[in-house]
Write a protein that binds this ligand. Structure first.
Ligand SMILES: *Cc1c(COP(=O)(O)O)cnc(C)c1O
Length: 226
């Protein structure tokens, strides 16, 4: 079942890339495996999945040692400062940095460990009260604050679009994120090279690809309902 789901998702990614005139290699699929048992993650791995996303630190720590070492693990969920230490050396990227204090914590821990942590700035593009993320207006300021921190490298922006039955209704939020990244790039901030746009989930990843996503985060479409 997982292999078949992966095949369908892959086909749709290819079709969306074709529509957008983009190369397939520009888009990476994050298999969002939260709440799913290791046996299903193995199926996804055997079907070619090499990039997994978890939204809880503990779950990532539990699963990682049970799976092959050539998997890249991304933290995609809200992160508390006191859990950040567990991600150093485990997560290849943190998608959910939305405050300077959190970034400072990651920075300090990474420096202590002698590594650099790639991060994305989570932007609350639709201004939903229930969602984490910095407002689009404040994103550039946060990028500037993070640019001077050692041990942390801002790679791009991430957003969680509203839940909707109609993916077209989220196109404007994906456009907003992409425009925001272009605007920030134009500022040529020292130390900052933002090339990643993490946007699009099961319901709307094709629209997100059309609007420039480089990382799509697909859970239900691969692993079924949670
Ligand atoms: C759960 C989750 C996803 C995947 O959602 P689906 O709709 O199941 O594809 C993507 N991004 C984040 C941040 C999530 O928490």
């Amino acid at each position: 079942m997982i292999a078949e789901n992966m095949r369908v998702v892959e086909e749709r990614i290819c079709a969306a890339c074709r529509r957008a005139g983009r190369a397939r290699e520009e888009v990476r699929l994050v298999c969002v495996s939260k709440t799913k048992p290791v046996s299903l993650l193995c199926e996804a791995y055997n079907a070619g999945g090499r990039l997994f996303g978890e939204n809880r630190v503990q779950e990532l720590m539990d699963k990682q040692p049970q799976l092959p070492g050539n998997i890249e693990w991304h933290m995609i969920g809200h992160l508390q400062k006191n859990k950040a230490k567990y991600l150093i050396g485990r997560a290849a990227m943190i998608h959910s940095v939305d405050s300077a204090p959190l970034a400072e914590t990651i920075s300090r821990l990474a420096v202590q460990a002698g590594t650099v942590m790639p991060v994305l700035i989570e932007v609350n593009a639709a201004g939903e009260e229930t969602k984490f993320g910095i407002s689009p207006e404040n994103a550039e300021t946060l990028v500037r604050e993070l640019a001077v921190l050692p041990g942390i490298r801002v790679k791009g922006l991430m957003t969680i679009a509203p839940f909707t039955e109609n993916p077209e209704s989220n196109r404007r939020y994906f456009r907003l994120l992409r425009q925001l990244s272009i605007d920030i790039k134009r500022k040529s901030i020292d130390n900052i090279k933002i090339n990643e746009l993490s946007m699009g989930m099961t319901g709307d990843y094709e629209v997100a690809i059309e609007e420039g996503a480089t990382l799509i985060r697909v859970g239900t479409g691969i692993f079924g309902e949670r």
